[in-house]
Ligand binder design. Structure first.
Ligand code: KIV
Ligand code: ZN
Length: 564
């Protein structure tokens, strides 16, 4: 591929030695700030209207966000009106802080202060771009001139706050050295120190310094170095909340956010499902649920992820991709046979052991934890293994086939998936099971019959089977004896010439509970040709279920022979 030579590698630009972040783990949730209604919204083909913004705002509150950037009120009348509606209609809960964005420019800052009047908890978030590239090609200003813009903005914000009646308001401040990822770390620290001083931050009134990877330029370890350098070199760290705002140009927004937490960040700004400018902002759902699966409470509740996804899709008119972690349509679906088998073993293990820990291969999270317990975990296509179809039959329909039967049924499923050229739904799998086993009634159908116990309870008892089979409208009388119903039925079959099959195995279980419960029996026979053939019988009476299973296996064996 041609053209790569024109790109300058973004090497290690920090002076960081003895970096500590590689030895750390994420052990607690950060402060989360949703920027769905601002960064996410500004990147939509059709930005959200008031109703949609309110709907999204309420969903963000429902999942637990306490800080929400609601807009850029000085940017347009619509944005201004939306903010006023949220404040005037009392739509903001007392424990939620709204955040408003503004460039570090006088008239915009003044307009922003008009817009926030009366809000209980507000973060005024101001920014100017600090990167080497933007200074060179956009602003044509040196570091001092860029610092002056930020400091003047900070001073004006301080002044307007002091002049405002804030008796019922709690105003906090956030400054972003925009394009931090492309800014010399020493300069980022020095401009933020100047801003903190101008605004009067102290330990009781910490300022939020938000470090955006406005454009991702490096591997996440370099970003982590930049953040750790900032945390270690900023003046009076306790008077500062370090926030990160990763975008996703290199597809590593989540990695940037996670490594930034290791590097000392206290706060993350991002969006649901990663909506945002260009390739989007960091996906907060993924970062939060990644924490959840490490045993850390993310302090956000995505236990009804389908609702969150539905609100997102409705308000943004964007689709959550099928492979999006945790929320995508296909993320709890295993197509590969070996994965299906392992998942089945894992869920059996969980049922048997009642383990307190989630130990299911290929599923890093229990689907139930995100409200997806009713979805079939496995879909069946021609690549699927034998265990997958058995798993569906067990989980969804209550048929617990013996393991030795899985290959036989798996063969029919694979054949059918190949024939249809698509994956099979659970209903299609069940109807295949019905067709192959439950509704096989020829050449023989069971006619009227009786099963008696001969002899007393204490003696070795003998079971007698008396009844008939219907074959091509003719009735064949049966009479046999044995040490149980199956044995007696076999004896009766032998006497009327059906004697080619050897009994191999028998399994049974109940389907359903209480008065509606039925018995399901599985019988395996060996044909003279050396083939193993299964039969299934279902009936309220276990003896009849067993006999039906034998007859089903005989019928199937005979039909196979005819088919050969
Ligand atoms: O990506 C960015 O740099 C921003 C800032 C305005 C914080 O959205
Ligand atoms: Zn952004």
């Amino acid at each position: 591929m041609k053209g790569y030579e024109k790109y300058t590698p973004f090497g290690k630009i920090t002076q960081l030695t003895n970096r500590e972040w590689p030895n750390k783990l994420i052990e607690k949730a950060p402060i989360w700030c949703s920027v769905d209604l601002r960064d996410g919204n500004q990147a939509l083909v059709d930005p959200m209207n008031l109703e949609e913004k309110i709907k999204m705002f309420n969903e963000l509150i429902r999942v637990g966000f306490k800080e929400i950037e609601v807009g850029f009120p000085s940017a347009s009348e619509t944005e201004y009106e939306i903010l006023r509606a949220l404040i005037d209609r009392n739509l903001i809960p007392d424990d939620v802080t709204i955040q408003v964005l503004v460039q570090a420019r006088e008239h915009l800052i003044r307009k922003t202060f008009e817009a926030i009047d009366g809000a209980k908890n507000v973060i005024v978030h101001f920014y100017n771009s600090t990167s080497t590239l933007q200074r060179k090609v956009v602003f044509h200003k040196d570091m001092d001139a860029i610092t002056e813009i930020a400091v003047n903005g900070a001073k004006l914000i301080r002044q307007l706050t002091d002049e405002m009646d804030t008796s019922n308001m709690n105003i906090r401040f956030e400054y972003s050295p925009e394009s931090f990822s492309g800014t010399e770390p020493e300069f980022a620290v020095s401009i933020c120190n100047a801003v903190a001083e101008a605004i009067g931050a102290d330990e009781e009134h910490p300022i939020i310094f938000n470090l955006p990877s406005t454009v991702q330029l490096s591997t996440p370890n370099v970003f982590a170095d930049q953040v750790e350098y900032f945390c270690k070199n900023i003046n009076n760290r306790k008077a500062v909340i370090v926030s990160v705002h990763p975008h996703n140009d290199r597809g590593t927004g989540v990695a940037d956010a996670e490594l930034a937490l290791l590097a000392g960040a206290d706060r993350i700004e991002g969006t649901l499902f990663g909506n945002g400018e260009r390739t989007g902002n960091v996906d907060i759902v993924t970062v939060a649920l990644n924490m959840f699966t490490q045993g850390v409470d993310p302090m956000l509740d995505f236990s009804d992820i389908k609702k969150t996804r539905a609100v997102y899709e409705e308000c943004t008119r964007m689709k959550v991709h099928e492979r999006t972690p945790y929320a995508g349509e296909l993320v709890f679906t295993a197509f590969s046979g070996s994965h299906q088998d392992a998942i089945k073993k894992g869920t059996d293990y969980m049922d048997e052991t009642h383990s307190d820990h989630w130990e299911v291969p290929y599923l890093p999270i229990s689907p139930a934890d995100v409200g997806r317990e009713y979805e079939p975990i496995i879909r069946i296509n021609s690549q699927s293994g034998k265990g997958g179809a058995a798993f569906i039959m067990q989980q969804m329909f209550g048929y617990n086939m013996p393991k030795s039967m899985h290959p036989e049924f798996g063969y029919y499923v694979k054949k059918e998936a190949d024939r249809k050229g698509k994956e099979l739904t659970p209903e299609e799998i069940f109807s295949l099971f019905e067709q192959q086993y439950l509704s096989v009634k020829s050449p023989y159908t069971l006619g009227k019959h009786k099963i008696h116990q001969l002899g007393s309870e204490d003696n070795d008892s003998v079971t007698e089977f008396v009844g008939s089979l219907i074959c091509h409208n003719e009735e064949i009388q049966l009479d046999g004896e044995g040490n149980g119903p199956i044995d007696a039925f076999f004896d009766a079959l032998k006497k009327c010439g059906i004697s080619r099959y050897k009994f191999v195995s028998y399994h049974e279980h109940a389907i359903g509970n209480g008065a509606d419960a039925k018995a399901c029996a599985y019988v395996e026979l060996l044909t003279p040709e050396g083939a193993n053939v299964f039969g299934v019988g279902v009936h309220a009476n276990i003896n009849i279920a067993s006999i039906k299973a034998v007859l089903c296996a005989v019928n199937r064996a005979m039909n196979m022979q005819i088919g050969e």
